[in-house]
Design a protein around this ligand. Structure first.
Ligand SMILES: NC(=O)c1ccc[n+]([C@@H]2O[C@H](COP(=O)([O-])OP(=O)(O)OC[C@H]3O[C@@H](n4cnc5c(N)ncnc54)[C@H](O)[C@@H]3O)[C@@H](O)[C@H]2O)c1
Length: 265
């Protein structure tokens, strides 16, 4: 591969948002490193991309050694170039806090937060070596205002937001830009996971609450704009935009309305 070709390393590249972003960037000539624990899913994503436009890396983002190995192999493929590190892998386990298992809590924090910290530390040398590089982190609308019924997940997304804001300043001297995506509900398999202590999926809960689910392509377009634009945080979906407005201007009303979202069976 020619070193002049831009490259993006995507965690969670086997599904949903990671897959849609892989397709969007590959269609525009980028080389894509897919990283995930789901190998068949990565193969499906790779089959959607032009020949020779991707590499696949079996990577659990919570594992630092696997990060080092994956980044070393990706670096060989791109001649040391990483224009974008897309820290996107995440899990969304919802339910009242007292009903969550300790394992679910630990795993959510490990994947959604520690995984992002690991990625930034593993990728930093390649990013420094690539002029105008960018770290793009998938936060969430749950990182705009604390989300009832989803508080641990929401806390990890606030943490990703904090990393983004702090590093955007800290890494300026290395010409590395840092950005976040803050999507509200997006049509991906993540919404099909069960809500703890309930026999419903998150998707059913969202539909029953009359809330909006945006198409995954909207996130891919937003990722492209975020990487090429000046905005620190990019909201995606009508609900995320409404939430950002309400959190800033009408937080009292927001808290009253959100009380209706606490769903206990
Ligand atoms: N779908 C939504 O409504 C929504 C809204 C806001 C934010 N997000 C965030 O978007 C990101 C992508 O989610 P999605 O909606 O595409 O879900 P998804 O389930 O379709 O994809 C997530 C991917 O992450 C991978 N993954 C999980 N644990 C991993 C680990 N330890 N190491 C490596 N890969 C791992 C999964 O195998 C999967 O391929 C997540 O961070 C999620 O929190 C999703």
């Amino acid at each position: 591969m020619a070193e002049s070709r831009k490259s993006i390393f995507i965690t969670g590249g086997a599904s949903g948002i990671g897959r849609a972003v892989a397709v969007h960037f590959a269609e525009r000539g980028w080389f894509v490193g897919l990283a995930d624990i789901n190998e068949p899913g990565m193969a499906e994503t790779a089959a959607m991309l032009p020949d020779g436009a991707s590499s696949a890396h079996r990577l659990d983002v919570t594992n630092r050694e696997q990060w080092s190995e994956a980044i070393a192999v990706f670096s060989e493929k791109t001649g040391g170039r990483m224009d974008v590190l897309f820290n996107n892998a995440g899990i969304g386990i919802g339910g009242p806090i007292e009903d969550m298992s300790d394992d679910d809590i630990d795993r959510t924090i490990a994947v959604n937060f520690t995984g992002v910290v690991n990625g930034i530390r593993a990728g930093i040398d390649m990013l420094k070596a690539t002029p105008g590089a960018c770290i793009l982190n998938t936060s969430s609308a749950a990182g705009i205002y604390g989300s009832p019924g989803l508080v641990v997940y929401s806390g990890t997304k606030f943490a990703v937001r904090a990393l983004t804001e702090g590093l955007e300043i800290e890494l300026r001297e290395f010409d590395i830009r840092v950005r976040s995506l803050m999507p509200s509900f997006i049509d991906t398999p993540l919404l099909d996971g069960p809500v703890v202590s309930s026999n419903q999926s998150s998707r059913q809960r969202v539909i029953d609450s009359g809330l909006d689910i945006a198409p995954v392509e909207a996130v891919a377009e937003a990722a492209w704009k975020a990487v090429h634009g000046k905005k620190l945080h990019t909201t995606v979906g009508k609900l995320a935009k409404q939430l950002a407005f309400a959190a800033k201007w009408t937080p009292g009303r927001l808290r009253k309305q959100a009380a209706g979202l606490v769903l206990r069976d």
